[in-house]
Design a protein around this ligand. Sequence first.
Ligand SMILES: Cc1cc2nc3c(=O)[nH]c(=O)nc-3n(C[C@H](O)[C@H](O)[C@H](O)COP(=O)(O)O)c2cc1C
Ligand code: SF4
Length: 478
Amino acid sequence: MSYPKIAQLKEVAAVRARLAELGLELPIDDRILTSAEGSPLAEPLDVGGFRIGNRWCIHPMEGWDANADGSPSEYTQRRWHNFGRSGAKWIWGGEAAAVEQGGRANPRQTLATPANRAGLTTLLSTLEEAHRTSFGRADDLFVGLQLTHSGRFARPHSKQLEPRIAYHHPLLDKKFGIDPHDQSIVWTDDELDGLIERFVAAAGLAREAGFRFVDVKACHGYLLHEFLSAFTRPGRFGGDLAGRSRLLSEIVSRVRATYPDLIVCVRLSVFDTLPYQTSREVGQPMPYDDLLPYRYGFGCRADDPTQIDLAEPIALVKQLAALGVAAVNVSCGSPYYNPHIQRPAIFPPSDGYQPPEDPLVGVVRQIRTTAELKRAVPEMPLVGTGYTYLQDYATHVAQAVVRAGWVDAVGLGRMVLSYPELPADTLAHGRTDRKRICRTFSDCTTAPRNGLISGCYPLDAYYKRLPEAAQLRGLKSD
Ligand SMILES: Cc1cc2nc3c(=O)[nH]c(=O)nc-3n(C[C@H](O)[C@H](O)[C@H](O)COP(=O)(O)O)c2cc1C
Ligand code: SF4
């Protein structure tokens, strides 16, 4: 099944027509507004007592490109520099930084450990300096560091998985070759007490480096997200919602208590769906009929895990608000086992599958689910995800949904890899540079899946000239 490409939809009316054809409702403005014309994206926003200069946010994106000791390489610094000159005033996390060596998603993930104290400071100052140079000030720039443990997807030493899991998941164990009887890789409650301390220590390092906030990452299948679906886990950290969310809540509470002046935010996969089979064909979920009622997903229905159920995510966001979490960045699913819901794309990554739905459906699912969450917990500032696939029309939708109060700020991921200045260009000039718009070729995901550094190989001249670009072409033609 092939779907119309966004680049072929030459005007807003064509996008509206395509949305209508799909039975989707999404606010979309006729044209991009500048700050001077009153763009809703130019409005400041108060979060945790900090006044953020505008409503564009940059999502965290790692590049598999730090040095082996977790310190930033030239590539890492260039990416943070680009985030700084993007014009967005909210930098959500920069990238995932592991709180311990064993929690790295790859051997080149940035570390938030004392060994990389200086590196964290360098990243922040690189970003702030770039922002100041482009925009004359950085006092309204809100920058945090995303703290993570990769759990089931830890690969700290090589491409080989070294999973540390919350519980045995029948489908994910099978997909990723995990022995379902291996108890040595399941965290014990005592080990988790130690992990909580490592998160607190990492938050302290981020604070020392000058970050305004930390994001306690609970998304994309990584450890703190996986715990939210640990229905089958006995003991303090599993079972009911209070148990499954205990690890996240305790980390948040301990960081808040230890560093009262540090703002705490959470990136959350608010809904999940089944893991999909890797193939060259149209994506299919792994067979699950004998697993009903399904007890292996957060934010999806037990009787039909293909459907979203926001009851628990809403309760969790309320709980996080009560603990003093200042904002939630709403994401979903996992790029490892259902990438089409997490980062809608027309061209799949090498470990994915052909899109099982028009990627616009995935975009609207994320935007409307975020709006539902906003209605349920209006006091919690929310950042929305999934806008890159809208390509030339991302800003038209972003300003319309912010105006409508569906979300407080709009985050960009892949788009800023190909075109970092999009927020600045839209706010200053009301237009974008078509040639630099991300077309969701997925090379920035395919490269790291094959052990190469991540970057926008198709559109960023800097990556085009690297030897890795030729390697990637070879891999793709294989
Ligand atoms: C190369 C790459 C690296 C990413 N790294 C992270 C990360 O470190 N932390 C995170 O929360 N999300 C990460 N993401 C997910 C993005 O933040 C974002 O949720 C996703 O790309 C969807 O947003 P978009 O449609 O604007 O690209 C990454 C995505 C890409 C493409
Ligand atoms: S490689 Fe470039 S064009 Fe492709 S998805 Fe990533 S950012 Fe977009």
